[in-house]
Design a protein around this ligand. Structure first.
Ligand code: SF4
Length: 181
C-alpha cells in the first residue's frame, strides 16, 4: 500500500500545536503504518520535498523565512491544513501588529525596553527579517482546511487526519471541532 506523504511545519508559533500532535500518543504508531513523515521539526530533514500529500502548518507568517517557506510548501503540497489559531488567525504572534511596522516593534522591544546593551538583532542570513505585518496562512497562500485551537487537542487532530487518510472529508462542525482557543 502506498503511504501518504505527511509534513508538519513550524512557522511563527510556540510549538504548542506540535506538542499536541505528540499527544496523539499510541495512535502515532498506527499513523506511522500509513504515512511517511517527509518533513517536520520532529524529524531531521532539511529541505521541504516535492509531492507532499498533506501538510500541517503551525504558526503565522511573521518573517521573510516563513514567507519563502509557505510559498514553497504551497507549490509542493496537495493539501494544506492551517494548524492551530496562530495559523488560522495570526493569534499571539499577530498581537505585534497593533504596535505598527517591524521597525517600531524592534525598536520598542530591543532598544526602549532593553535593560542591558540595547541593540537590534541583526545577522543577515541567520536572523530572518521581520515582515511589517504578521499574517494568517490563508492571507498568503490558499489553505485547504482550517483546524483551530490553541492548541487543537489531540482528539481534534485525529478527527481531521483519520478521514483524510481514507480520502474522506473531516466534519468540521460543532464546539468539539471548531472552537478557537
Ligand atoms: S495556536 Fe496556540 S499552541 Fe499553537 S502555536 Fe499558536 S500559541 Fe502555540
Amino acid at each position: 500500500m502506498k503511504k501518504i506523504k505527511l509534513a508538519t511545519v513550524w512557522l511563527a508559533g510556540c510549538s504548542g500545536c506540535h506538542m499536541s500532535f505528540l499527544d496523539l500518543d499510541e495512535w502515532l504508531l498506527e499513523l506511522a503504518q500509513k504515512v511517511d513523515i517527509v518533513y517536520s521539526p520532529i524529524a531531521d530533514i532539511k529541505d521541504y520535498p516535492d509531492g507532499v500529500d498533506i501538510c500541517l502548518v503551525e504558526g503565522a507568517i511573521a518573517n521573510e523565512e516563513n514567507l519563502a517557506l509557505i510559498k514553497e510548501i504551497r507549490q509542493k503540497t496537495k493539501f494544506i491544513i492551517s494548524f492551530g489559531d496562530c495559523a488560522v488567525t495570526a493569534n499571539v504572534p499577530g498581537m505585534r501588529n497593533m504596535l505598527g511596522p517591524a521597525e517600531t516593534v524592534l525598536k520598542r522591544s530591543y532598544l526602549e525596553l532593553g535593560d542591558i546593551t540595547p541593540q537590534l538583532p541583526q545577522e543577515p542570513g541567520i536572523v530572518p527579517e521581520l515582515l511589517d505585518r504578521v499574517s494568517p496562512v490563508h492571507e498568503v497562500v490558499n489553505v485547504d482546511l482550517f483546524l483551530p485551537g490553541c492548541p487543537p487537542n489531540a482528539a481534534r487532530i485525529r478527527s481531521v487526519i483519520e478521514p483524510l487518510l481514507k480520502e474522506e472529508s473531516p466534519i468540521m462542525e460543532g464546539r468539539k471541532m471548531i472552537k478557537f482557543g
